[in-house]
Design a protein around this ligand. Structure first.
Ligand code: ADP
Ligand code: MG
Ligand code: MG
Length: 256
């Protein structure tokens, strides 16, 4: 079992013009073990993407206090690629487009970067074929330049394909459901559910309860104003859907 632990995490970002630092995360605590599925929900602008970018090591996010550990060892000094090699994966809210690199080349490089020995090409292609089938994707998608001209739904599906190929210890899925119609959402959920194993943990970030009908979380955390203000089981997401974030704010006596 592996454990990803976030302790009293404070994160600041710098305003591009004024260069003033603004604190976004104000003491986040979270423990995720492999074999578990966690969800973070919360209104827009509360720091959900900031948390995922910080876990993955985006240098624009400055940790001012607290720690992030993987199996007890701090990862704060590791760069993005080192964190990926240590077993972390982030499916981004806005996947990047890369001209000149095919999806296939990108995935082979990413898969091999996280392994001691490269995966033989035949094994790689077999695995790719299996995963394409799970996601109802055509292999033509893998010959195209990474995310270039992909629709929103194709990009999200492609992020899940990468996830399935790389098989990290922990995946953070940042609003993987945004902009998806119900069919695409079901395919994405199928891919994530396919990953379920005692060696894999997921942190799903979502604005809506809808995704959680397809991927059942063990724990649901609600983030508001840079903190996790409540944690519960899957029923918490249903309660939120019914009562909205405003209801929870009243219940907790929060003024945010
Ligand atoms: P969420 O994902 O919950 O919608 P974000 O983490 O994207 O929230 O944003 C939280 C706050 O931090 C917002 O006020 C946003 O404007 C600010 N923020 C996030 N990233 C940056 C950045 N790179 N530079 C400046 N401000 C940022
Ligand atoms: Mg958002
Ligand atoms: Mg976000």
């Amino acid at each position: 079992m592996a454990t990803l632990k976030v302790t009293d995490l404070h994160v600041a970002v710098e305003d591009e013009e004024t260069k003033k630092r603004q604190e976004i995360l104000k003491g986040v605590n979270l423990v995720i073990n492999t074999g578990e599925t966690h969800a973070i929900m919360g209104p827009n602008g509360t720091g959900k993407s900031t948390l995922s970018e910080t876990i993955m090591g985006n240098p624009n996010y400055h940790v001012t206090q607290g720690d992030i550990t993987l199996d007890g060892e701090s990862i704060l000094n590791k760069k993005v690629d080192e964190r990926a090699r240590a077993g972390l994966f982030l499916a981004m809210q806005y996947p990047v487009e890369i001209k000149g690199i095919t999806n296939l080349e990108f995935m082979r490089t990413a898969v091999n970067a996280t392994r001691e020995k490269p995966l033989p090409i035949r094994k790689f292609l077999k695995k790719l074929d299996e995963n394409l089938k799970v996601l109802n994707m055509s292999d033509e998608m893998t010959e195209r330049y990474l995310n270039e001209g992909f629709s929103g739904g194709e990009k999200k599906r492609n992020e899940i394909l990468q996830l399935m190929m790389i098989q990290p210890k922990f995946a953070i899925l940042d609003e993987i459901d945004s902009g998806l119609d119900i069919d695409a959402l079901q395919v994405v959920a199928k891919g994530v559910n396919h990953m379920e194993s005692p060696d894999f943990g997921t942190l799903m970030i979502t604005h809506y309860q809808r995704l959680l009908n397809y991927i059942r979380p063990d724990q649901v955390h609600v983030m508001m104003d840079g903190r996790i203000v409540k944690t519960g089981d899957a029923s918490l997401a249903e309660k939120l859907e019914a009562e909205g974030y405003a209801g929870l704010k009243d219940e907790l006596g929060l003024d945010v």
